[in-house]
Ligand binder design. Structure first.
Ligand SMILES: [Fe+2]
Length: 251
């Protein structure tokens, strides 16, 4: 034995060995968990990109809604884990558009009552698509109710106020915000000051005032980086009126 080697009893060596094994397993599990988590997030992101691809005008919409919704959730004091669930709800909120014909989703002109009815089915279609996935149970209310309005004028269940699940009130705001900030087949994007003014104006009617308050304090620089460069035309936008009065603004 070398002189300066510490005198370690064999029981301590055994204990250290066991601890090493335990940490090794723990590390392995953590790595596997991280791998599974990034795989399922990747799958969801691919799914949402596939939906957005149905309409070139909504390209990246789900990703942007997810980002804004997560930032609002964090501002409202949700834990990181809860805010991540809100982000996932944002990623998949429009998955039901898979069941709506492209010629309706992408139509530039006015929609007939029947076409509007078909578009309005997408929250329920999305809910049915995702309902059997155990890992997504907690995000389902965000999908089903993202078009409810605080004043009870939304769909599919015409819920009002806090009877609308919070996750859906958050997704609803993020969705409306992105719909106004990006160009669509039927109108140009609105200038950011106008979008923010519209959102403020909708507090208490279409939108939950508490969610609007949190939204007004978030840092939107990451959002702007995700937004493709779009020509904003005040003239066209004002000709078409405020986006929130357009039935498809947040469809
Ligand atoms: Fe939607």
């Amino acid at each position: 034995m070398i002189d300066n080697e510490p005198d370690v009893a064999s029981s301590e060596l055994l204990l250290l060995g066991a601890l090493g094994d335990f940490l090794g397993t723990f590390h392995e599990n953590a790595a596997r968990f991280a791998e599974q988590r990034s795989m399922s997030l990747g799958t969801l992101a691919a799914l949402s990109a596939a939906i957005d691809a149905k309409d070139p005008y909504t390209h990246g919409h789900s990703e942007r809604v997810a980002m804004v919704a997560q930032l609002i959730a964090q501002k409202m004091g949700m834990s990181e884990a809860e805010a991540e669930r809100v982000r996932i709800a944002g990623l998949v909120h429009d998955v039901g558009k898979i069941g709506v014909p492209e010629n309706i989703l992408c139509k530039a002109g006015r929609l007939s009552d029947d076409e509007l009815k078909q578009i309005k089915q997408h929250p329920e279609i999305g809910y049915r698509i995702l309902a059997d996935i155990p890992a997504l149970q907690d995000v389902l209310p965000g999908v089903l109710h993202h078009h409810e309005q605080f004043n009870g004028m939304g769909y599919p269940h015409a819920l009002a106020g806090e009877s609308i699940p919070l996750i859906a009130r958050i997704i609803g705001l993020a969705d409306t915000f992105d719909a106004m900030s990006s160009s669509r087949a039927y109108r140009q994007a609105l200038p950011m000051e106008k979008v923010l003014a519209e959102i403020k104006q909708c507090a208490g009617t279409q939108l939950d005032p508490a969610v609007v308050e949190a939204f007004m304090t978030i840092d939107l620089s990451g959002y702007h980086a995700l937004l493709p460069g779009q020509e904003q035309s005040v003239e066209t936008a004002s000709k078409n009126g405020p986006a929130t009065t357009d039935a498809r603004a947040a469809a």
